[in-house]
Write a protein that binds this ligand. Sequence first.
Ligand code: SF4
Ligand code: SF4
Ligand code: SF4
Length: 159
Amino acid sequence: MVDISKRRFFTRKQIDTKQARLPWVKDLTTFTDRCTRCNKCVSVCETQIIKSGDGGYPAVDFSIDECTFCYKCAEICPEPIFDDRDSTPWNAKAEINAQCLAHKNIECRSCGDSCETMAITFKLRVGSVALPQLELEHCSGCGACVSVCPSSSISVSNV
Ligand code: SF4
Ligand code: SF4
Ligand code: SF4
């Protein structure tokens, strides 16, 4: 017979707590104990970014679109997983890697254009194109900059 406590341990090990899973999740370490994988959050997400992820547990996929922080996933969830709407949704932040086109001296400002909170600004450089600069305190982790990046250089994860 399978020892349930062991099974939970292995299930938890599969969950990457660095991954931006769903906004307003109270505690990522107990998420797999509480989520029944009913997929109700998947069906209501207004930008359809919630997909069935590792182990069948829901997770956002910013390669599709952004999170608008509509709170619909939290509202529909029948389990005690989500925090109040007036709390901070998550501590997810964007990161831009060295594949960014600006490092190859190719002009691109797609991420900055898509960032509503203006967390991405561009630093002018003499003799080369401007480099994107992230101000993490202004980043909401919405993921809007991810799918618009032509070189797939941006990821969003919990810090
Ligand atoms: S808050 Fe809204 S847009 Fe964001 S993941 Fe939940 S349902 Fe989707
Ligand atoms: S609605 Fe809640 S219990 Fe159902 S899959 Fe989404 S997070 Fe899990
Ligand atoms: S995740 Fe959202 S707020 Fe953060 S830098 Fe990207 S677009 Fe801006």
